[in-house]
Design a protein around this ligand. Structure first.
Ligand SMILES: *[C@@H]1O[C@H](CO)[C@@H](O)[C@H](O)[C@H]1NC(C)=O
Ligand SMILES: *[C@@H]1O[C@H](CO)[C@@H](O)[C@H](O)[C@H]1NC(C)=O
Ligand SMILES: *[C@@H]1O[C@H](CO)[C@@H](O)[C@H](O)[C@H]1NC(C)=O
Length: 169
């Protein structure tokens, strides 16, 4: 018992040092960028590959695939910094909502060659938060979240979403 009592504080001290040294190694990176999707053929960056087999007005069961652009700004000619590649099945029987899986692959700038895997729900008409579940390159072991909202200023057939990503890696 005496051994146990004298051992406990040093164990706590050790755990404290492990916890604080891990906290110091974690850095939080904030990225701000814009996703550009073009639904206009022939240069569409998103397609529907499966249509719903139900009469559900939200299109329950449909699946979209996309290879959208990641740009620095909201303008279509702002600098291209990567691609947002993924898929979005419509998964809700009660409203229009998708389960979105996106690999953000950076091809320019500080994070060229690195990627972020983002998963989560999408709905229409309100800002969306999704989980960052991993990454590669400079984003190995990443976790965090993204917040995005659609800009209402996009031309017809185009979707432009402003993204903030908060990444611990
Ligand atoms: C599709 O892309 C090509 C190559 O960039 C371009 O020349 C053409 O004007 C585009 N078409 C439309 C309808 O945007
Ligand atoms: C899905 O439905 C639309 C509209 O009816 C049609 O244009 C498109 O070809 C269909 N796509 C597939 C993959 O069946
Ligand atoms: C990004 O990295 C690739 C592979 O290392 C390289 O070929 C390419 O030139 C880089 N792009 C830019 C814009 O630096």
């Amino acid at each position: 018992m005496a051994y146990y009592c004298s051992f406990k504080p040093s164990l706590l001290l050790l755990l404290f040092f492990i916890a604080t040294s891990q906290a110091k190694d974690d850095s939080i990176t904030h990225l701000h960028f814009f996703l550009h999707e073009n639904d206009n053929r022939p240069n569409a960056t998103a397609i529907t590959v499966v249509n719903s087999t139900t009469s559900d007005p939200g299109g329950f069961g449909s699946i979209g695939i996309f290879d959208d652009e990641i740009r620095e700004g909201s303008s279509v000619d702002s600098k291209l910094i990567g691609r947002a590649q993924g898929m979005a099945p419509e998964v809700s029987l009660s409203e229009m909502a998708w389960l979105v899986l996106i690999d953000f692959v950076f091809t320019d700038g500080e994070y060229n060659g690195s990627s972020l895997m983002v998963v989560g729900r999408a709905t229409i008409g309100r800002p969306v938060e999704r989980s960052i579940i991993g990454g590669t390159g400079k984003f190995r072991m990443a976790r965090g979240y993204t917040i995005n909202k659609l800009l209402s200023s996009a031309p017809a057939g185009r979707f432009i979403a402003e993204y903030d990503a908060y990444i611990v890696h």
